[in-house]
Design a protein around this ligand. Structure first.
Ligand SMILES: Nc1nc2c(c(=O)[nH]1)N[C@H]1C(S)=C(S)[C@@H](COP(=O)(O)O)O[C@H]1N2
Ligand SMILES: [Mo]
Length: 328
């Protein structure tokens, strides 16, 4: 992380944006206080709450979003992360490998029109527009924990539809045991493509029962607004009990298959990243512990990691009888 020195006079008041007020006054106060303390110390963190320069995106509001009270977190334990933090500290290697690169570079990506190829073991393969797959007149907002394999986490208000509702539209066949997601490669708009050290397209996949699980979400928005490019516009999945790398951004292909998909990180480094990638404090990454995590914008790994990222009651049964040390 880059640490930059700035005086309070350098911080335009526009950096305390209305988005921070969206969640609650308490969150606004938290953000404002963090900014004040940072400024007083003369040190601000790039990608931090109040220090994200001009790169905080502005996207249009989504018209038909309803908060779904079945998918919330305890705000006292898990205060929602600020919009500026969620949109300026990202992993999206197509735009560069620094956490600040996607915010700096993803703006140029053209996300309209957008076509998703659906193929493999389903009854209605074809090319679909995003609007054909996602019902934009009936979006819900869910607040989910988001845990990266690198041991940082955030809490995000995401807008979208259950992934199951998307998949059912195209008629998965009974032989489809897995679904694979392939994401966009467009070198002309993606400056990180040649230098990321992983192969593109970025590919991910889920077992069919994971994909159809009610927690699994197809995301088109953040904080009630159209999803910013750096967060995966126009279409991105989120599987809240798994490490963040399972959630491919800018999905262009959905393929149903009877074979376990070869997901990018498992191919790149099979000893470090598996197919399942369930958040698990008892299975360490070969190079670091997963027992604790850093909750952004905090600097320290001072929170215990929760089994299945806190969603064990809902998903543990999916893995009954499986050795999670082997299927990591
Ligand atoms: N296409 C694509 N999707 C991707 C990635 C990527 O590099 N390319 N990175 C993944 C990783 S490692 C994480 S942790 C999350 C980060 O999501 P966020 O930036 O919205 O927090 O996106 C995932 N989806
Ligand atoms: Mo990640």
């Amino acid at each position: 992380m880059i640490i930059k020195t700035r005086t309070s006079a350098d911080i335009p008041s526009s950096e305390i944006t209305p988005e921070e007020v969206y969640w609650s006054r308490r969150d606004f106060m938290r953000v404002a206080t963090a900014g004040t303390i940072g400024a007083a110390a003369g040190v601000l963190l790039v990608g931090g709450d109040a220090a994200s320069c001009a790169q905080v995106p502005t996207t249009p509001a989504l018209a038909h979003v309803t908060r779904n009270p079945a998918f919330v977190v305890d705000e006292k334990v898990d205060p929602v992360t600020s919009y500026s933090q969620i949109t300026t500290f990202n992993n999206y290697y197509e735009f560069g490998t620094d956490k600040s690169d996607p915010a700096a570079n993803a703006g140029r990506l053209k996300v309209k029109p957008w076509t998703v190829k659906v193929d493999g073991l389903c009854d209605k393969p074809g090319n679909y527009g995003v609007e054909d797959l996602v019902d934009f007149n009936n979006l819900e907002e869910r607040v989910y924990r988001h845990r990266c394999v690198e041991a940082w986490s955030m809490v995000m208000p995401l807008d979208g539809v259950p992934l199951a509702s998307v998949l059912k539209k195209v008629g998965p066949q009974s032989k489809a045991a897995y679904v694979e997601f392939t994401t966009l490669v467009r070198a002309s708009e993606m400056p990180g493509i040649g230098s990321a050290g992983i192969a593109f397209p970025y590919v991910e996949g889920l077992r069919m029962d994971e994909a159809m699980h009610p927690l699994t979400f197809m995301v088109v928005g953040l904080y009630g607004k159209v999803l910013p490019n750096q967060n995966g516009a126009p279409l991105r999945v989120h599987i809240p009990w798994k490490y963040g790398f399972k959630s491919g951004k800018a999905i262009v292909r959905i393929r149903f298959t009877d074979q376990q998909p070869q997901n990018t990180w498992a191919v790149a480094s099979p000893n470090e990243y598996g197919f399942y990638a369930n958040v698990n404090p008892t299975v360490d990454h070969p190079r670091w512990s997963q027992a604790r995590e850093r909750r952004l914008p905090g600097l320290f790994k001072d929170r215990p990691t929760l089994m299945f990222n806190g969603y064990a009651d809902q998903v543990a049964h999916l893995y009954q009888g499986m050795d999670l040390r082997k299927y990591f």
